[in-house]
Design a protein around this ligand. Structure first.
Ligand code: ACM
Ligand code: ZN
Length: 527
């Protein structure tokens, strides 16, 4: 009998949680709903001084269609207002939000915390069409690194679309934009010292059509040149745009593999020294940077010197993934280097390569991130590992004391299909199946002891673009899966998939409000 009463109560609580008005993603730490409401209009002032005027203005612009005009941002206290303040006693990214008949007050641990409070307010405003229900929210993220990676190499994506990607990240309270800028299929960052990187390396003559099969005889190409790159001015513009949204941009120059863009421009950097072209197909090229010659390291350091000028980020991503060793095995210079340095095999040569680059960056005050292959052949404890092949690589690295970002492909690769039936619903795409639920399932601390958790600094979703040629294609790939990833990063200690689905139904109204295309068919699959 007791058990029955308990179950009935539990069911009632569930219903209460489900039908409450305050539905925010990622899930706040604490929500207490009150009575009454406050309505935002074009006449509601946003009270914000100093550095809070930036998030205030962004909010006013974002809400303008809802409030039928931009709310004024004022520096002096006002009634019936949205009032912003900072209290350094709060967690730096945390905030409190109190709404009632008298107005809304958001207090952040920093301007960034205020910005996140405003993101929550925006969701409430969209859900209530300007009406904010009375509520007391206390919120802060569980993980410090909440990232998204965009591959702009398989296809060039224009500056405006990169900015929209950043907007979408901000909506999900993500704070690290990992920008994958060099590849076999195109080099995308202007480097003044090496103009051919963009003149030659950013252009390919054509692109394989459709899903690339193993059988080369079936390959067909579109005959259309494809290319593009970001000038240094455009990069500064994007870094500043992201910073206004409290997002740090982490550039990736992928090395020593995935370098055909550079090799096509400067063939002397490869073991064969000639015969390279920017790839028109997908996959992993055997041609990589030659690790046996000093001019390769000079090139890498000169490129990084310009990268460091453009990107103030603490971390620089130096790739390290999928570097076949076939060329190094045949290259007399690489073999000589191995003999001179006492390296037992080519994996150790890769480790030698990564260490040299790491030393250069640490001499310039930066830290490296590398894909989990950098663990092979040895890597120093100060390297941060991005676990992508399997979460186990990250778990092992965290146990050994390296910092880790979890982005295992079976939870975090948003180029994978969202449905078990991609032909029916999706354009050409990677056939691997990664439904929303599986994104949500990521448990970054799995199999780690609590004292090891701090080594896992966060999570990230990755958007590889072999089959994502433009932003229209990209949106339903990242939405709503980014919401699931965001909830793991922000609300790891309070995840609940069923509750998430209820909130998601409201959250997609914010996608609609901004005109973002999301994969609505996932609702048919999961509900
Ligand atoms: C990767 O997917 N090659 C990091
Ligand atoms: Zn070589």
């Amino acid at each position: 009998m007791k058990r029955k009463i308990f179950l009935t109560l539990a069911a009632l609580c569930c219903v209460a949680a489900t039908f409450a008005e305050v539905h925010i993603i990622p899930r706040p730490a604490s929500v207490k709903e009150g009575k009454g409401a406050f309505t935002l209009t074009a006449r509601t002032p946003i009270v914000a001084a100093g550095e809070l005027q930036n998030p205030a203005r962004l909010f006013a612009q974002a809400a303008a269609r809802l409030t039928k005009g931009e709310m004024p941002v004022v520096a002096t206290p006002a009634k019936q207002a949205v009032t912003l303040a900072v209290d350094p006693a709060l967690a730096s990214e945390g905030y409190t939000l109190s709404a009632g008949k008298a107005g809304v007050r958001i207090v952040g641990g920093s301007a960034q915390g205020v910005f996140y409070g405003l993101q929550s307010l925006l969701q409430l405003a969209v859900n209530g069409q300007g009406r904010i229900p009375a509520v007391e929210i206390e919120d802060q993220p569980c993980m410090g690194y909440r990232g998204a990676m965009m591959d702009v190499c398989r296809y060039y994506h224009p500056v405006e679309d990169v900015k929209r990607f950043i907007d979408i990240m901000a909506l999900h309270k993500l704070n690290r934009f990992h920008w994958h800028l060099s590849e076999d299929q195109g080099w995308r960052i202007e480097i003044k010292k090496y103009p051919k990187l963009t003149e030659i390396g950013s252009q390919r003559k054509e692109t394989i059509i459709g899903l690339q099969s193993r059988d080369q005889s079936t390959w067909k190409f579109d005959g259309k040149p494809h290319g593009g790159y970001y000038t240094q001015d455009q990069i500064r513009e994007i870094v500043a745009y992201a910073a206004e949204r409290y997002i740090e941009v982490i550039p990736e120059i992928d090395m020593p593999g995935h370098m055909l863009g550079a090799l096509a421009a400067y063939p002397e950097l490869g073991c064969r020294g000639e015969g390279y072209e920017v790839w028109t197909r997908w996959g992993i090229s055997d041609d990589v940077l030659c690790a046996g010659q000093e001019k390769t390291f000079e090139f890498v350091e000169n490129v990084l010197a310009e990268v460091l000028e453009l990107f103030p980020s603490k971390y620089i991503h130096i790739g390290g993934d999928e570097c076949p060793k076939a060329r190094w095995k045949e290259c007399p210079r690489c073999q000589k280097r191995m003999a001179e340095e006492g390296l037992k095999n080519e994996k150790e040569l890769q480790s030698y390569f990564m260490h040299r680059v790491q030393n250069y960056l640490s001499a310039h005050g930066r830290e490296i991130i590398g894909w989990d292959e950098i663990l092979e052949g040895g890597i120093s404890k100060s390297a941060t590992i991005m676990a992508w092949r399997d979460q186990n690589y990250g778990t092992e690295a965290a146990r050994k004391g390296n910092r880790v970002i979890m982005t295992p492909k079976w939870n975090c690769y948003f180029d994978y299909s969202q449905t078990a039936d991609p032909e029916k619903y999706e354009t050409v795409c990677n056939k691997r199946y990664l439904p929303l639920r599986q994104v949500y399932r990521l448990e970054p601390y799995d199999r780690l002891r609590p004292e090891e958790w701090a080594n896992v600094i966060g999570v990230q979703c990755n958007v590889w673009c072999e089959y994502i040629p433009n932003f229209d294609n990209m949106q339903p790939k990242i939405l709503p899966r980014m919401a699931a990833l965001a909830e793991t990063g922000w609300a790891l200690d309070r995840k609940d998939y069923n509750d998430f689905l209820v909130r998601l139904k409201d959250f997609v109204r914010t996608y609609d409000y901004f005109g973002y295309k999301y994969a609505d068919y996932v609702f048919r699959n999961i509900l």
